[in-house]
Design a protein around this ligand. Structure first.
Ligand code: MN
Length: 141
């Protein structure tokens, strides 16, 4: 399916992602390694360059240093003094146009409103399904 407003292809299965995001960079901000591995595996076939930050400070350092990041998947619950929403606010000061997709905790009330208030462009509730992840990313890349 192609979105008429952007002309972008909506992709929702791994088989259809073959090479479509080659040359694009995705930063995954996630403190739990197994969660990162799952997201990276889901995105592998797309050909995107995957960067991993375990903390907010690392995420901001990578954004400052790396011009090749085109989208951020932001875990909102970080093992850190700052949460993913605070990191998003700082990140948007550096690169306002960079799409940020929040990964929110399952069944937490008000996460949609909090993610919007922080400047996130969209959000996904954990546990994240591959189809939802790909469909959401394909709206921005
Ligand atoms: Mn977390």
């Amino acid at each position: 399916m192609i979105r008429p407003e952007t002309g972008k292809l909506i992709v929702d299965n791994i088989a259809a992602t073959h090479g479509i995001w080659k040359g694009r960079g995705i930063l995954i901000v996630e403190d739990v390694e197994s969660n990162y591995q799952f997201l990276a595996a889901t995105l592998r076939k797309s050909g995107a360059s995957i960067h991993w930050a375990r903390s907010g400070a690392e995420a901001l350092r990578l954004i400052n240093e790396n011009e090749g990041i085109d989208l951020v998947l932001m875990d909102v619950q970080l093992d850190d003094a700052v949460d993913g929403y605070e990191v998003t606010v700082e990140l948007k000061k550096i690169r306002p146009e960079l799409p940020v997709i929040a990964q929110t905790a399952y069944a937490m009330k008000g996460e949609k409103e909090k993610s919007q208030a922080a400047g996130c462009d969209d959000y996904l509730s954990k546990p994240i399904r591959p189809s939802e992840l790909l469909r959401t990313i394909s709206r921005f890349l």
